[in-house]
Design a protein around this ligand. Structure first.
Ligand code: ADP
Ligand code: MG
Length: 722
C-alpha cells in the first residue's frame, strides 16, 4: 500500500518521536534539498502481482532491503536513523550534520542538509519479514529456474547490512536459499507429467581463489565456458538432492567452511563471495529443459576505515574491493549502451563467474542491503548509487532446452497428431463424411479407397429398389474410379521423377555458381595485380625520365613449374642505395604477385599468349636491363594480364549463359514437366467425371445428392451423404 512520505517518515523507524519518546531534532528543522531523484521505472516494472517476471524481464530487477537497527546501534550515543521508505518503490537517505556543542541539550543535535531519493523495482523497509522478501524478490527467480531459465539472485551491500541474513537467514527466520529449496521441491512433488532432477553445488571465491565449499579439499578451481553449459566451474562437486532437508544439510556444511571473521561492522563478517548453485533438470515426454539458480551472497563492499581492517583483514578487503570494483566496472560497461563496448568480465573471478547473470542468458535480481544508521551514510549512499546504475543492465533470458533429435521427433509427432485431430474435428463440423478421414487427405489412393467403399455400401446396402440399372451404374462408377486411380498413380510417379530432375538441376546450378564465383574472385585478383603493375610502370618511367637511363634487374627466364616466378634479388645485393634502388625493389616486387595467375591458368602459353619474360629472353644473361627495356617488358606483361582477364571475363559470361544454351535437353524436360499436357488431361477427365455425376444427380434426384467439394475444386466431389 502506498504510504505518504510524511506518515512513512513518522512511523516506521525507531528515531520516530512517537515510538521512542525522544525527538528526532532534525525533523523540525528539516530544510534539506532533494537530490538524485529519478522517476520510478513503473513502465518497466518486471514483476506482476503474482510475483512473476513480466514484460521487460530482460532488465535486471533491483530491490533494496533496509535492515532494522541492531541492539548495539540503538544503545550507541551517536545513533541516528537516516533512511526512510516512503513507498514500496522509493527510498530516501538523509544527509545530516551534527551540532558541535549538542551534548548539553536534549534536542537540536542534527540537521538534514540533503535528501537523496532513489526509486527501485521494490524497496523493503526494516519491517519486511523473510517470507515477504522471499515471495517478492526470489520466488520469481525460482519459478524461472523451474521453467528452464537461468536465474540469479545477488545480495550486495556493505558488511553487516544483512546479506547473509537475507540469503541464508537464521534458524527461525530462514532466508532465500532454504525457502527456494522448499519451493522447488513443492513444485517437484506437485508436478505429474514431468520428472525432475535437482542438483546443488556451493562455492566460495576467497582472495580470488575459487574453492568448493562442499568438498573443502577442492580449491583453485578454474572457470570454463562451453556452448551447452555456458560459464561453469570445472571440477565443482554436484550433489543430487531429493528433499529440502538434504539441501539444508549441504548448506550447513558449506557455510561452516566459508571464510568469515570478526570485523568492526559484523561479528561474523563473510570474507568471501559465496555462490549456491541449484540446477533443476525437468524432463517430460517431449522436452527436456535445464534451469539454473545462482544464489549469491557477496562479501561486504565496505571501506577499511569503517571496519578497522589491518594486516590479513586489510589484504582480504583489498581483494574483495577489487572484485567488487570489477563488478562495478562490468555494470558500468553494460549500462553504457555503446555498441560493442568491451565488458571487462575477466578482470575478476566474480565477474567471470557471473558473466551470464550480468549480461547474458539470465533473469537476475540484485538485492542491495543498506543499514539505517547515520554512521553508515557514506556506504549506504554508494550502495544505492551502485544499485541505481545496475537498473539499466539488460540480459537476454531464454529457456535452456536440450534439442535431442529423438525428443524433437517425438514432439513433432505429437504436433502432427494434434493437427490431424484438429483437422478431423473441423471437417466433422463442416459436415464432411466421416469416411473422409483427415489422413486420407494426404494420400490420394486412400482417398480413392474410402470413396469407393462409401459408394459400395451406399449402393449395395439399404437400397431395396436396387435394380439392374443401378447395378450397371455401380459397375460404371467402379470402372471410372479404377481409371482415376491409375491416373493418380501415374501422376504421382511423374511428380517423383520431376522432383529428382529438379534436385539434379539444382546441384548443377550450384556447381556452376561455385565456378562462377571462383572466376569472379580470380578476375578481381587479376585486376588488382594489373593496377599494381600499372602503378609500378608509371613510377619506373617517371624515375627513368628524372634520372636518365638506369639499370633494372631483368625478369628471370621461365622455369618449368612456375614459368614466370622471378628470383627475387636480395636488396643487399643491389649496390645502388639511391631512390632508384627503392624503385628497383618496387618494380621487383611486382612480378612476385604474378605467379598465382600463371598457376591458375596454365593454358596461357598453350594459347600462344605473349609472356613477359619471353620478350626480353634474348637479352637474358646480361644481368641488368636498361630502363627502356624494362618499360617494354612491363608493358608486355600488362598486355598479357589484360588478355588473360579478357579471357576469364568471356568464360564467366559464357558460364552465366550456359544453362540456357548448353543444356537443351534439360530445358525441354523442364518444359515438358511444367507443361500442362498431363495435368490438363487429368483435369479434362475430372471435368467429364463431374459432369456425368451431375447428370446422374439430376436423374436420381430423389436418392442421390451430389455436392461439389468446398475445399478442393479439382478433385473428387465430396458427398454429403445419401
Ligand atoms: P552481512 O552478511 O551483510 O555482512 P549479516 O547478514 O551477517 O550481514 O547481518 C549482520 C547482523 O544483522 C546479523 O546479526 C543479522 O542477524 C542482523 N540482521 C541483518 N538483517 C536483519 C534483518 N532484516 N532483521 C533482523 N536482523 C538482521
Ligand atoms: Mg555476510
Amino acid at each position: 500500500p502506498y504510504r505518504s512520505p510524511l506518515t512513512a517518515f513518522g512511523t516506521s523507524w525507531p528515531g520516530d518521536p512517537s515510538q521512542s519518546g525522544r525527538l528526532a531534532p532534525w525533523m523540525d528543522t528539516w530544510q534539506g534539498r532533494s537530490s538524485s531523484s529519478s522517476l520510478p521505472r513503473s513502465s518497466l516494472l518486471p514483476v506482476n502481482a503474482q510475483g512473476d517476471f513480466e514484460q521487460a524481464d530482460e532488465y535486471f530487477r533491483v530491490v533494496i532491503r533496509v535492515r532494522p537497527p541492531l541492539d548495539r546501534e540503538l544503545t550507541s550515543p551517536v545513533w541516528q536513523h537516516v533512511v526512510s521508505v516512503p513507498t514500496n518503490s522509493q527510498i530516501c537517505l538523509y544527509e545530516t550534520i551534527a551540532e558541535v556543542n549538542a551534548g548539553d541539550r536534549a534536542s537540536g543535535t542534527t540537521q538534514v542538509v540533503n535528501t537523496h531519493t532513489f526509486s527501485f523495482d521494490y524497496v523493503y523497509d526494516q519491517d519486511a519479514s523473510q517470507p515477504e522478501v522471499y515471495e517478492n524478490a526470489a520466488r520469481p527467480s525460482v519459478q524461472s529456474a523451474l521453467q528452464g531459465y537461468n536465474a540469479t539472485v545477488v545480495a550486495y551491500g556493505p558488511t553487516g547490512t544483512g546479506k547473509t541474513y537475507t540469503m541464508e537467514g537464521s534458524r527461525w527466520h530462514t532466508g532465500i536459499i532454504p525457502r527456494s529449496m522448499e519451493d522447488i521441491f513443492q513444485n517437484v512433488t506437485r508436478s505429474e507429467q514431468s520428472t525432475f532432477q535437482v542438483r546443488a553445488s556451493y562455492l566460495q571465491i576467497y582472495n580470488e581463489v575459487i574453492s568448493d565449499l562442499l568438498k573443502p579439499d577442492r580449491s583453485h578451481l578454474m572457470i570454463r565456458e562451453d556452448k551447452r553449459r555456458g560459464v561453469f566451474v570445472e571440477g565443482l562437486s554436484e550433489w543430487l538432492c531429493r528433499s529440502p532437508d538434504e539441501v539444508e544439510t549441504l548448506m550447513e556444511h558449506g557455510s561452516a567452511a566459508r571464510a568469515t571473521a570478526q570485523t568492526g561492522a559484523n561479528d561474523t563478517s563473510s570474507r568471501s563471495h559465496a555462490v549456491f548453485i541449484i540446477v533443476v533438470e525437468r524432463s517430460d515426454p517431449s522436452s527436456r529443459v535445464t534451469g539454473r539458480l545462482n544464489l549469491v551472497d557477496l562479501a561486504g563492499s565496505e571501506r577499511p576505515r569503517v571496519t578497522g581492517a589491518t594486516g590479513q583483514r586489510l589484504e582480504e578487503t583489498k581483494k574483495i574491493n577489487q572484485s567488487l570494483s570489477a563488478l562495478g566496472n562490468v555494470i558500468a560497461a553494460l549500462t553504457e549502451r555503446k555498441a560493442r563496448s568491451h565488458v571487462p568480465y575477466r578482470d575478476s573471478k566474480l565477474t567471470r563467474l557471473l558473466e551470464d547473470s550480468l549480461g547474458g542468458n539470465c533473469r537476475t535480481t540484485m538485492m542491495a542491503m543498506v543499514s539505517p544508521a547515520a554512521e553508515a551514510f557514506a556506504e549506504s549512499l554508494s550502495t544505492l548509487k551502485f544499485a541505481q546504475r545496475a537498473k539499466g543492465v539488460l540480459t537476454t533470458p531464454q529457456v535452456n532446452e536440450d534439442l535431442d533429435p529423438r525428443l524433437l521427433a517425438r514432439r513433432y509427432e505429437a504436433e502432427i497428431r494434434r493437427l490431424r485431430t484438429e483437422l478431423a474435428e473441423r471437417d466433422a463440423a463442416k459436415g464432411w463424411p466421416a469416411a473422409l478421414k483427415a489422413e486420407d487427405m494426404f494420400d490420394p489412393s486412400q482417398l480413392m479407397k474410402s470413396e469407393a467403399s462409401t459408394l459400395r455400401t451406399d449402393f449395395s446396402g439399404g437400397r431395396t429398389k436396387g435394380s439392374e440399372e443401378e447395378k450397371a451404374q455401380v459397375g460404371r462408377y467402379k470402372q471410372l474410379l479404377l481409371k482415376q486411380r491409375d491416373i493418380m498413380i501415374a501422376l504421382t510417379q511423374r511428380l517423383h521423377e520431376r522432383d529428382e530432375t529438379i534436385i539434379g538441376l539444382q546441384a548443377e546450378l550450384d556447381s556452376r555458381d561455385h565456378r562462377a564465383n571462383e572466376l569472379q574472385e580470380r578476375l578481381e585478383r587479376q585486376a588488382m595485380r594489373l593496377a599494381a603493375a600499372e602503378k609500378a610502370l608509371q613510377a619506373s618511367s617517371k624515375a627513368n625520365m628524372a634520372s636518365g637511363p638506369g639499370l633494372f634487374p631483368r625478369q628471370p627466364p621461365p622455369v618449368s613449374k612456375q614459368p614466370a616466378l622471378p628470383e627475387a634479388p636480395s636488396p643487399k645485393a643491389s649496390p645502388d642505395s639511391s631512390p632508384r634502388a627503392a624503385q628497383v625493389l618496387e618494380t621487383d616486387r611486382l612480378p612476385r604477385h604474378l605467379p598465382e595467375s600463371r598457376i591458375d591458368s596454365p593454358t596461357a602459353s598453350q594459347r600462344g599468349l605473349p609472356r613477359s619474360a619471353d620478350t626480353s629472353a634474348a637479352k637474358w644473361g646480361h644481368g641488368l636491363l636498361n630502363a627502356d627495356d624494362k618499360v617494354l617488358e612491363l608493358t608486355s606483361l600488362l598486355e598479357t594480364q589484360r588478355q588473360e582477364n579478357h579471357r576469364m571475363k568471356l568464360e564467366l559470361e559464357s558460364m552465366q549463359d550456359a544453362p540456357r544454351k548448353t543444356n537443351p535437353s534439360v530445358a525441354s524436360t523442364m518444359a515438358s514437366l511444367s507443361g500442362s499436357d498431363a495435368t490438363g488431361h487429368y483435369s479434362d477427365f475430372l471435368g467429364r467425371f463431374r459432369e456425368r455425376a451431375t447428370r446422374s444427380k439430376r436423374d436420381e434426384q430423389d436418392r442421390f445428392r451430389w455436392q461439389p467439394s468446398p475445399a478442393r475444386s479439382s478433385s473428387i466431389p465430396a458427398r454429403a451423404g445419401f
